[in-house]
Design a protein around this ligand. Structure first.
Ligand code: ATP
Ligand code: MG
Length: 578
């Protein structure tokens, strides 16, 4: 509720406009039955045309006044709820951007998506109903009851019997709908999860011929959702017939009660008054019903609000220190000092006591079997995770003391899995530097050995890349993601197995031009192929998270058994003897 109130207060201008309009509409809606009652009782029996015209004109004016008020209320409600939707989505999105992989994993991508879309939408629905009924309904109920008490007191008892009956009916529905609607949101999460996994893994699903299995999995999720939805709908749609049933029964009782007394000499009840009472009775019951909507929506909205707040209140583990450094001259040295690391939620340490140093112009390479911790190690440099023990220093300052954005602006990171975005090739490369000129884009693409294949595309640099780059080959994606990092001209390059999908020739070309381009930077390369790292200033061999050997290729060939084995399995006799 706090979340919603904060936002309602933000747009209080509309709130006050809405409040004013509510009083106008209430006055109009409650005035109309009184005017009609006067027409029936005073103008019609006496055939007083003058009075009839006067009352008729008044009636029309009040109706127009009421409509204008209604338009204003609807405008204020639509405006506020969409503004809140926009703000809230923006906030949630912004917050998610600060999350490290750890937090993202905790929620799961599907759940983050439902939270930014349908949960936020639930808040919009609630706010829009809130605006229309939260004030209107109570004002109507109170004033109409007051008018019945003063104008047709003999019928007040009737009204006072009807009100509790309708309230009881509604309470019943609210209670029944609560658990159903809470379940509904979880079911939606599940559908999103299955859909997302299937869409992203469509090739794997087909290759393993798991279509049927996946179809069944989806069907289960889909049916659970729809079963629940049917129950909920059944409940909601039963409200209207029940409402009208109660209304009509009340009408019959009123007419029965009034039939013996109406227009009799000593009775206080006229036909006009009877019609007026019926109108008031309808208004009161209808207002109770609309007011109840808030209570029906409330539990589901609170679930959504909690899910949103959960994100907004989450403190990301990787965050800025106070007084974080934002301006340092070039990052010239990188030191790992006794760094150990274990993933959150797992006891086992993935890196043990890693120490090494690198300085400007140097290339440090990491090699080791799969799962030996290479990606983990280099992910620590741009602080995708915080180290568990030890420290990483740039220019002898702990990386935790740098502003995160600044730190990451200095790092050109090419992840193991090349991820591109929907847009043109040019846009994708410019992702590394938004204000880059086309010349810079081309220069970067040339170094990344991407220029030629880009020109072969139908629209060259303007060719469209589809979502996640699925219309490009693995090697093409890798080269574009390399170009994207090169254009940034960072102080540190990190290549995580970024040459693996390139053929040997392209790999060799790329490395030789890169050497010159990155001569003022620190370069960290993870590779599986010895040939990719043979020229590095230092090669670090990792095994189960430990540094087992380090040195140049020649040093390692002379002294490191693991390295010798890797090299022997890959290089020809001729290359080995070089
Ligand atoms: N997000 C994660 N949560 C928990 N454990 C992880 C996570 N990512 C990796 N690991 C574990 O950490 C260890 C090292 O993984 P890492 O990805 O660093 O290996 P790698 O050397 O890069 O392997 P590869 O050559 O296959 O890319 C593995 O045992 C892996 O299971
Ligand atoms: Mg890896």
């Amino acid at each position: 509720m706090k979340l919603i109130i904060t936002y309602l207060l933000k747009y209080k201008r509309y709130f006050f406009i809405n409040l004013l309009a509510v009083f106008g509409v209430a006055a109009a809606e409650l005035g109309i039955p009184i005017i009609i009652s006067n027409i029936i009782d005073k103008a019609l029996p006496t055939s007083d045309l003058n009075l009839l015209y006067k009352l008729g004109g008044f009636l029309a004016a009040v109706a127009i006044f009421g409509s204008i008020g209604n338009i204003i209320i609807n405008y204020a409600s639509a405006r506020t709820s969409t503004l809140i939707l926009r703000d809230l989505r923006g906030e949630v999105f912004k917050k998610i951007q600060t999350f490290s992989p750890e937090e993202i994993n905790d929620y799961g991508i599907s759940s983050l998506m439902t939270r930014t879309t349908s949960d936020v939408f639930q808040i919009l629905n609630f706010v829009s109903v809130f605006y229309r009924v939260a004030f209107m309904a109570p004002v109507m109920i109170l004033v109409a009851t007051f008018l019945v008490a003063t104008r047709t007191p003999s019928l007040l008892s009737n009204l006072l019997i009807v009100i509790p009956i309708i309230i009881l009916g509604i309470i019943l529905v609210v209670i029944l709908s609560r658990s159903l609607s809470e379940r509904q949101q979880r079911n939606l999460d599940r559908i999103n999860l299955v859909t997302r996994e299937n869409l992203t893994g469509v090739r794997v699903v087909r290759a393993f011929r798991k279509n049927k299995y996946e179809k069944e999995r989806f069907q289960v999720a889909n049916e659970t959702y729809s079963d629940n939805a049917i129950k909920l709908f059944r409940l909601m749609t039963s409200i209207e017939p029940i409402f009208f049933f109660i209304l009509n029964v009340a009408l019959v009782i009123t007419i029965y009660y009034a039939s013996g007394r109406i227009n009799l000499p000593n009775s206080d009840l006229t036909i006009g008054q009877l019609v007026e009472y019926n109108d008031f009775q309808f208004l009161v019951m209808f207002s109770i019903l609309t007011f109840a909507q808030l209570f029906i929506m409330y539990p589901r909205t609170m679930v959504s609000a909690r899910r949103i707040n959960d994100i907004l209140d989450r403190e990301p583990k990787v965050k800025n220190n106070e007084n974080a450094l934002t301006h340092v001259k070039d990052l010239g040295t990188l030191d790992f000092k006794n760094v150990s690391f274990s993933y959150p939620d797992s006891e086992a340490s993935v890196l043990h006591n890693i120490s090494f140093s690198a300085k400007k112009g140097e290339t440090i390479a990491f090699i080791g079997s799969t799962g030996s911790g290479k990606s983990t190690l280099i992910n620590l440099v741009p602080r995708l995770y915080n180290v568990t023990q030890g420290e990483i220093l740039f220019n002898n300052v702990n990386i935790n003391d740098y502003d995160l954005k600044y730190l990451r602006s200095k790092v050109g990171f090419i992840s193991q899995k090349a991820i591109l975005f929907k847009g043109t090739i040019e846009m994708n490369i410019k992702f590394g530097k938004h204000d880059a000129t086309l010349d810079e884009v081309i220069a970067a693409a040339k170094i990344a050995q991407a220029h030629d294949f880009i020109l072969e595309k139908e629209n060259g640099y303007q060719d469209m890349v589809s979502e996640l780059g699925s219309n490009l080959s693995g090697g093409q994606k890798q080269r574009l993601s390399i170009a994207r990092a090169l254009i940034k001209k960072p102080d540190i390059y990190i290549f995580d197995d970024s040459f693996s999908a390139l053929d040997y020739k392209t790999d060799a070309m790329l490395r030789s031009v890169l050497k010159n381009y990155a001569k003022d930077a620190i370069t960290l390369i993870v590779a599986q192929r010895v040939s990719s790292i043979i020229d590095s200033d230092k090669i670090i061999v990792l095994d189960y998270g430990n540094i087992v050997c380090e040195g140049t290729h020649d040093d390692l060939m002379a002294s490191c058994t693991i390295y010798q084995e890797i090299a022997k399995s890959q290089l020809s006799e001729e290359e080995l003897s070089k």
